[in-house]
Structure formats: structure tokens, C-alpha cells
Design a protein around this ligand. Sequence first.
Ligand SMILES: *Cc1c(COP(=O)(O)O)cnc(C)c1O
Length: 412
Amino acid sequence: MKDNRKREKALGTLERGDSGWREATRIVHGGPKPSEQSGVINPPIYRASTIIYDTVDAYIDRHKGLYGDVIYGLYGTRSTYALAEAIAELEQGSATVITSSGTSAIALTLSAFVEAGDHLLVADCIYGPTRKFLSEILSKFGVDIEYFKADIAGGVAELCRPETKLIYMETPGSQTFDIIDIPAISAVARARGILTAVDNTWATPLYFKPLLHGVDLSIASATKYLSGHSDCLLGAITASDEAVFRRIKDVAARWGNCASPDDCYLVQRGLRTLDTRLERHQRTAFALVDWLVEQPEVQAILYPAHPNDPGHAIWKRDFTGASGLFGVQLDGLNENETRAFFDHMWTFQLGSSWGGFESLAVPAWPAPVRAFSNKERDGALIRIHAGLEAVDDLIDDLDAAFDRVRTLRRSN
Ligand SMILES: *Cc1c(COP(=O)(O)O)cnc(C)c1O
């Protein structure tokens, strides 16, 4: 069997997706065949606006190629499609549309399936700018937007109406890290013909595959872990079936949303090491959590991989791993203590995007961006992204930050 594969590979007849490889291997070896691009391993960067045609007939028919051929730079080149195929395979979806950013992927998804008079159900724990898109843009087009609590599970059935078109979720939620029972909600939605979409940025398709749990659309901010190097912006929307994919692709074309081929290349390059990086992000996050729970000021860890987290059982059931982003609730840091904690850190950086190689720590206040209050989770917190540094350097930095707060407290 193995010898056969080797022979097929030598002959160039081995279908890459069909190799029987495990996911970690497919990430490393997947994608376009090097033999079709002069032996180059990663897909080259194709930059284009104009695409030229051989005949009038081909030119007139070009729009038939919108869903996979290179027909105009705006709609994608080989660079875009190579990345789209890699992400579709990871998500185990039908096909993927690459967009200019995670935010644009969300805006496109939210606007593609609703019109005036429709009802949209949205999990309360979503990313802040998603909420702003809903309140500042979509609500102005006559769409009725209703939020539900992240722990609603099958109870979402009571909120569904004949005019409900889409249920939009994010798990775990931004800042509060609430885990949503995706299979329960997608079952309710499917029975009623309602589409479901999940922002899957935190877990990445490596650790959670929403489409295998009945979801129709999985969204990733590729800016985060998929790229992994804090130097580009990109989004991805993966659809469970061809019709949903085509609708997204049409809407992206109409909005003129376009992914930079250079950034597609960078994300494709980042994907090669995604499995390795995530393993390390997770291991470091676990080590930091172990250290943090020993500190008397720490009241709670918001991290579904932690056994005390209320989302832990569902996370364990549905996810295959945890990424490196989590929240820490302290016993009420005041303003001065917050400054003392963050301003003098030397390994952790203060910055709000995450998923790159570097560790980040920022203060966050989720309560103002929630429709429902949840005293357990929406108080002031520290959001930590565990990067790829040596874990003891990170602990030294945290240790000094806690010491600064303790010194301040003793002096008051
Ligand atoms: C960062 C982020 C986004 C937005 O991604 P951009 O590429 O920065 O536009 C969307 N969803 C979540 C959960 C995020 O963390």
C-alpha cells in the first residue's frame, strides 16, 4: 500500500486529497501539485486584474467561471483558489470564499441571506465589531435582529419564527469565552430550514469543524492563527454545500470584496505550520493557566479547556483541542492597579489582535457589549494570548505584574 503511494507519487498520479494522509500530513503536503508549477512547493503569487481570453465566445462565457475559474482578478486568482481549497479541506466543507478580512467575511455572511422583514438570531457572545455591523448597518436595512444567551442550546426553538433566516454564532465567544451547544442549535435550525453560521476563529478548523456538527457556514479570521505571524489580514467563509457557497461568492463579487494574492500566499504559508503552532500555543496556555490558578487574586479562568469552565463538557465533546487565547478574572483591579499590571510587562505585548507567534495581554471589559448580563463572565478581565516564547519567560513577566499589584495594594 505504502509502496504503491510512493510509486504513484513518483508517477505524479497520486491525488493529494485522496492519499489516506492524516490531517497534520495533509496540511504539510496538500495543495497544488508542485509538478504543475515548475516544482515550486507553495503556490506562486498570481497578481492580476485583467484576464485575457482567446476567443469572443470564451470572453462572452467568462462569468460561468465565477465559482472556480480565473475570470477577473477581483474574483480570485490561482493564489486565492489554492488557499480556498486548503481551508475547505480543513473545514471539510463544499467550498470556501476568501475575503479581505475576518470582519468582511462576517459582514458578507450576515448580509447574504436576509432581506427587509427577515429575522436574524444572534448569540450574545459575538465579537464586538460584528455587533456594530448589526446595529450600525444591517438594522438600517429593516432586518430584525434578536440576541440570545450563549447557553440557550435547544431552547433557541422558542425564538424561531417563520421569517427567521439565519442563526449566527461564535464559539467560544469573544472575551467571555462562552461555549455554545452548536449541534443542539443546528438541529433546531435544520428542522426549520434556517441557515446557521459560526465564527470559528478561536479554535480554527483544526480543532473544531462546525460543518460536521450541522452548521451551514464556518467563518475564520485568517488574520489570526491561520496566518500566525501578525502581518496580514484575510477572512474565509466555508460553506457546507454548493448553493450556499455560490450565494456567498455572488455577494462577495457584488460588494467588490477582494483578497490580496500576497496575503493569500502568506496564509497558505502559515497553514503549513498550523498544527505545530497550535500544539505549542495550547501547551503554553495550559501551563500559564496552571500557574495563574495558584495566584490568590485570580477568581476565575475563562477557558473552555479548563475543567472548571462551565463550557468544558461541550468543548470536550465537540472540539479536538484548545487554542492559546483565554481570559483571567482578578478580584477587581482598579485603574491604577490595571496600569501597574500591564504597563511594565516586557515579554507580553499590549495589542488586540491575536493568533500570532507573540504573547499578548490586554485588559477587557465585556459587559458593555452584551445584551444579557452574566456576572460570572462579563466583569473586567485580562485577556491573554499564549504565544510561542519560552513559558518560563512568560511566567516571570506575569509574576512581576502580580507583584506590582500587590505592592500597590500594600501601600494603600
Ligand atoms: C479578529 C476577529 C475577527 C475579525 O478579523 P479581522 O481579520 O481582524 O477582520 C472576527 N472574529 C473574531 C472572533 C476575531 O477574533
